[in-house]
Design a protein around this ligand. Structure first.
Ligand code: MIC
Ligand code: SF4
Length: 758
């Protein structure tokens, strides 16, 4: 398989060639007009004639066109793929090096340090891609989602990616879904991708953005309305005249952060803005092909006329009246207009001074984002203002970096004292060797990122992170305060005059075209069979995987409660990123962080609990290790939206490796629930959410009747108190018949291995 630096036009034409027939099948089967998401999904169904299409109920098999993986998740995915014994990936696949570069000095020096410090991992990824026919994007190429948007995304396509912000490609009209590595391995080994047929949420956009409002504000508002779990199991489809007024990269920002509401993905219809973006990024042929099937790359006319008949829920947003928003701290759905933040921060005791402003991340690092923020920086300098807090800028890709450097925009930031970091995730994922402030000092930062869970950026529990648009980040950083409203407040300049910041003036696309910058893509050789992939047995970064044992057919009895998490238990709480990212290819080592951020529901302590082996209090990773060594199986208990956030399957593999057999929660985030199933851990939800309160620290948990495990049939969970009292509660699950086989085999990968005879 040839995997190039962009999606070949033949692949796209192949996808378009089946649209007439498949869309007709979809209309016939559903007996009505179709939304865009439905068209794209139907066109990628493994069996369009027979797949059961009940929204939010049935599971379907899909055939995505591409797979994309980033370095922090790709390691585990490739380690799993390697055990399948295939010669080549069966679907075009790329790996992108973006998460492992730590921000410290500047782009050049940080990249050099990363190349040195991560050499073993980069060599592994480069060689494994060459061996199995995948494309490799070297460190410095940029953030996966920006590169995918620039090179691979196409309207009406479908891809999966091992990162929760994969939906970014929805900005180009693609159904792009974030998954765990095991899902990616299914597709890479030629099996279909299994997912629940989604519900549909329609967001009707009217009007046009103006003033300080930016595309980011659309999703900040949607997050306010839907909350971090409101999109679970749904695709969010944006439509209406307002949708057509947004640039492709603005659309991508909105789709990207749909991950924060738990949505399966988000997408926009193909329109002129997407066409312009495709052309500007060197894909005229793709735009031409899309133009020829444009009627299939948007919802049927009936949908926009009567959306209530097609969507499970509709949200109306008038862009003309949308005010700039800022969300946080600690959760991305805590929203309010920028103008109201000062009062709220004062009431809540959040530090009003801004300690740092950060622009970048996959959400907001496009050419348009940067031009808008840079125009404000330029104007501020001209007016005699300086930034009151450090400003850090991460370009989204090498192409964006080279272009903004050529166009003098980096200089605009630098004139304001900004530090320009490598084209990478950087501080967005805790890769921030923060020098200006120590842990323990309450402080507030403003970022153009998407997530703001505690400790995420600098590792400090005392940092309050707020997410907003790049233009608002730069305004609040120049002002140095959270209680600054750039639309009406003034600032004092270097000669004591009161001046006002100008509204950002962005350019959708570079007038002189994009400068591709340095060559950062490595294509696989035509025949990779002689490429050697080495993993040193003494490595502390990479470890060959040992298959998890198959289920022995008996009930899971007398499991200890390792952790009962209270409140938010995101994947950052379960498997922290930052300095732990370096162990993403070494299951044993990374298990040293398992549940480290979880709040103990019994004591309120973070990351520590009761060790049943001797009654002592220890950290969860330590207890997990001790249970593992003692051969004791255990259970984890979670609250609402357990495993929210990232796609990292480490949050499922670590518990599994250390002996977790069951996780019972009030509810789960989609990817985490699937990851648990794939790795052979049973995810159950309390049929009565109040049963969460019944579980005590020293209880033993049994799940009985597992021999009869069947779709839609709840299981019985017996909770045995230390005095022997037994309470029976009901545990619900979402297993399909096929998925039960994953549990029985010990993991989904074991099944693939069985099927491929390895
Ligand atoms: C994130 O934004 O949390 C990450 C880091 O990109 C993750 C992936 C990972 O944990 O490697 C994600 O969003 O899926
Ligand atoms: Fe990277 Fe942050 Fe985007 Fe995750 S959210 S892919 S860490 S930039």
């Amino acid at each position: 398989m040839t995997v190039a630096a962009s999606t070949p036009i033949e692949l796209i034409q192949g996808v378009y060639s089946t649209l007439d027939e498949r869309v007709a099948i979809g209309r016939h089967r559903l007996g009505r007009a179709l939304t865009l998401a439905e068209k794209v999904l139907v066109n990628h169904l493994d069996d369009p004639e027979n797949a059961d299409l009940q929204r939010g109920v049935s599971y379907v098999d899909l055939r995505p066109d591409r797979v994309a993986m980033q370095d922090a998740t790709a390691q585990m995915a490739w380690l799993q793929f390697m055990t399948a014994g295939l010669e080549e990936v069966r679907v075009p696949t790329t790996t992108h090096c973006d998460h492992l570069i730590e921000a410290r000095d500047d782009g050049k020096r940080d990249l050099a340090a990363a190349l040195d410090g991560n050499r073993e991992v980069y060599d592994f990824l480069a060689s494994v891609c060459a061996r199995y026919g995948a494309g490799f994007w070297k460190p410095g190429s940029g953030i996966i989602h920006q590169v995918v948007l620039e090179q691979y995304a196409f309207p009406g396509g479908m891809m999966i990616g091992t990162d929760s912000h994969t939906p970014n490609a929805g900005g180009a009209g693609m159904v792009a879904v974030g998954v765990g590595g095991a899902d990616a391995v299914d597709v890479m080994t030629g099996f279909p991708w299994n997912v629940r047929w989604p519900k549909l949420i329609g967001v009707h956009l009217t009007g046009e953005l103006n003033g300080w409002a930016a595309p980011k504000d659309v999703i900040l508002k949607v997050a306010d309305i839907l909350t971090v779990k409101g999109g679970t199991g749904a695709i969010v489809e944006y439509f209406g005249p307002g949708a057509r007024s947004l640039s492709a990269t603005g659309k991508a920002t909105i789709c990207n952060m749909g991950a924060e509401i738990g949505a399966t993905t988000s997408l926009f219809a193909y329109d002129e803005a997407i066409g312009r973006y495709l052309k500007s990024t060197g894909r005229e042929a793709v735009a031409d092909a899309a133009n020829s099937v444009a009627h299939h790359l948007r919802a049927d006319d009936e949908v926009e006329a009567n959306p209530g008949d097609y969507f499970d829920r509709i949200i109306q947003i008038d862009l003309s009246t949308l005010s700039p928003h800022i969300n946080g701290p600690h959760t991305p759905d805590l929203a309010r207009p920028v103008a109201d933040l000062g009062d709220e921060a004062e009431r809540e005791g959040w530090p009003l001074a801004v300690s740092a402003g950060l622009i970048g991340s996959c959400t907001n690092s496009s050419y348009e984002d940067i031009t808008r923020a840079a125009s404000i920086a330029r104007d501020a300098v001209a007016k005699g203002l300086t930034a009151k807090a450090p400003l850090l800028v991460t370009p989204g890709s090498e192409q964006v970096r080279a272009t903004i450097e050529r166009d003098g925009l980096l200089a605009d930031f630098e004139a304001l004292g900004a530090q320009v970091l490598a084209n990478a995730c950087g501080p967005c994922i805790g890769q921030w060797d923060r020098q200006d402030l120590e842990d323990g000092i309450p402080n507030s930062i403003v970022t153009s990122y998407n997530r703001n869970f505690p400790k995420r950026n600098d590792g400090y529990a005392t940092t309050h992170a707020f997410v907003t648009s790049p233009e608002t980040v730069i305004a609040l950083t120049i002002a140095g305060r959270l209680d600054f409203d750039p639309s009406k407040d003034t600032l004092l300049n270097d000669v004591g005059e009161e001046v006002r910041l100008m509204v950002g003036a962005g350019e959708e696309l570079p007038a002189a075209g994009f400068d591709p910058g340095k060559e950062t893509f490595q294509a696989p050789p035509a025949d990779g069979s002689s490429v050697e992939v080495t993993i040193s047995p003494s490595s502390d970064r990479l470890q060959v995987l040992t298959p998890f044992p198959a289920w022995d057919g008996s009930d899971l009895t007398d499991l200890r409660v390792l952790v009962k998490a209270q409140g938010k238990c995101t994947t950052d709480h379960i498997s922290m990123a930052g300095r732990w990212l370096k162990y993403r290819g070494h299951l044993e080592n990374i298990s040293g962080n398992v549940y480290m951020g979880a709040v103990n529901a019994f004591t309120g302590e973070v990351g520590a609990g009761w060790d049943a082996t001797d009654g002592e209090t220890r950290t969860y990773p330590e207890i997990a290790r001790r249970y593992h060594e003692a051969g004791m199986a255990w259970v984890a208990i979670g609250d609402e939206n357990m495993g929210e956030g990232s796609s990292r399957e480490h949050a499922a593999m670590e518990p599994r490796f250390r002996g977790a057999r069951v996780v019972i929660a009030r509810s789960f985030a989609r990817i985490h629930e699937t990851n648990l199933k794939k790795q052979g851990v049973l995810p159950l939800t309390f049929a009565d959410p109040a049963d969460y309160d019944l579980i005590g620290p020293e209880d033993r948990i049994s799940v009985i009747g597992l021999a009869d495990l069947a779709p839609d049939l709840p299981v019985t969970v017996v909770v045995t108190a230390p005095d022997g009292t037994e309470t029976r509660i009901v545990g619900e699950h979402t297993y399909s018949a096929d998925q039960i086989e994953w549990f029985k085999a010990g993991s989904a990968l074991n099944l693939i291995r069985e099927r491929s005879g390895n």
